[in-house]
Every structure is written in structure tokens, then in C-alpha cells.
Design a protein around this ligand. Sequence first.
Ligand code: AP5
Ligand code: MG
Length: 214
Amino acid sequence: MNFLLYGAPGSGKGTQANMLRSRYGIPHIATGDMLRAEIAAGTPLGKQAQPILAAGHYVSDDIMIGIIRNRLRQPDCAAGFIIDGFPRTIPQAEALDVLMTELGRHFDRVLYLKVDMELLLTRLSGRMVCPTCQRTYPPASVTCSADGTPLVQREDDKAEAVRPRIEIYLEKTVPVLEHYRGEGLVSEIDGRGTIEEITARVLAAIGQNGRFNS
Ligand code: AP5
Ligand code: MG
């Protein structure tokens, strides 16, 4: 099973990817989480990426394509994967097409979580994250239920970074959806409602025995 989670900042990609990871036992490959891990470890890539993420801009296509090429070749991806946060530009989408062909893989579904702007802003401004395992939590959550770490606010959820993130998504990432629509792979999922309601919609879109519903 190879899934692509697509949606605006705050649409619930990380939340639903956690569910899919537990259910299918396949890795959740989140490029934002990978970059934040590099930043936390103080690597050269992390030092380069830190001001870019803090401002809500995108890291260069070359760097991101290199990261995903390396990650999808790891042994834990053999049985499938859930990609969250990539591709975010048309050059990234084209590079991923080439890579998937090289690997002899294809996406079973592109799951598009559709959420209106007002709700995105509410979710981002209240979101809490675990600095250890990167799980996300709703507003007012205090500690991580998986490892007990005190939760923090993400640097790019501060008000000054949220608007550039939405603007760059509209400009660069919305066209990526059209790329996959052309291939008939997109399931559009209403991303409003409780986490459990959206999970039920995601699972319905995935369907049973390889039969997918749009
Ligand atoms: P990334 O980490 O991917 O951020 P994003 O796309 O902006 O998405 P988010 O993680 O903010 O939102 P999400 O959809 O995962 O929502 P979540 O489940 O947390 O990327 C960060 C940065 O890295 C980018 O800005 C860029 O700089 C860089 N980057 C990454 N990939 C790149 C690439 N390919 N190219 C270039 N640069 C790249 O949910 C949000 C909140 O809502 C949470 O608090 C959650 O608990 C809550 N919530 C979720 N669902 C519900 C619900 N149904 N009801 C109520 N609350 C809910
Ligand atoms: Mg996320």
C-alpha cells in the first residue's frame, strides 16, 4: 500500500498519517518532520533549513528531492509507505513520478484532506506538538500520550509564519493536486469534523481489497 496525503497546512495530514501507520504497519514519511529532526540535531542541513521553516517558506526542490530519493530506498519502505508533505511543487511531483517508476511502485491513492481557510487558521494557532516523536495534538494538550514529553508550539505556527505558509501552498502546491487528478488517483475527503469522523472517511476512500472509492 503506497499512499500520498495531500492538503493545506493544518488540514490533518499528520493526524491521519499516524492512524494509517498504526493500521497498516507502514512508515509515515513526513518531510516536515524530517527537516525538524535535522534542525533539532544541528546538522548542516538543519542549520540551512531552520530560517526557511521559521519564515514559512519552502526548502529548495533539489534538497527535498534528494531527501525523498534516499528515504524511499530504505528497507522499511518495502511493504509500502505514507508520504506526507511531498511533493509540494510541480518539479517535486515530476521527480517523484520518475522515482516511483525506478522503484517499480505506484500510488494506490492520493488522499486530499479538504479544509476551509478559517478552520486551518484555528487549528494551526492552537496546535501542540511533541518535540520527541513529532505527534500533533489539539489545543490545550499538555504532554505526549506516547512518550510523556511536555508539548510545545511549532515555530512555524506563530502568527507571522502562518500566512506565508498558506500563500506558498496556494501558489506552488495547489497545482500538484491537478497533476494527480489527471492520473485519476485523488480521493477528495471532507476534512471538517472530528478526527474519528475523518478517519472513517479516509478508510472508506481507501476501500477494501484494493477497490478504491473517489
Ligand atoms: P510540514 O510539517 O509538512 O507542515 P504543513 O504542510 O504546513 O502541514 P502541517 O504539519 O502544519 O499540518 P498537518 O496537515 O500535518 O496537520 P496536523 O495533523 O498536524 O512542513 C513544514 C515546513 O517544512 C514547510 O513549511 C516547509 O518549510 C518545509 N517543507 C516540508 N516539506 C517540504 C517540501 N516537500 N518542499 C519544500 N519545503 C518543505 O493537524 C493540525 C492541528 O489540527 C493539530 O493540532 C491536530 O491535532 C488538529 N486536528 C487535526 N485534525 C483535527 C480534527 N478533525 N478536528 C480538530 N482538530 C484536528
Ligand atoms: Mg504535519
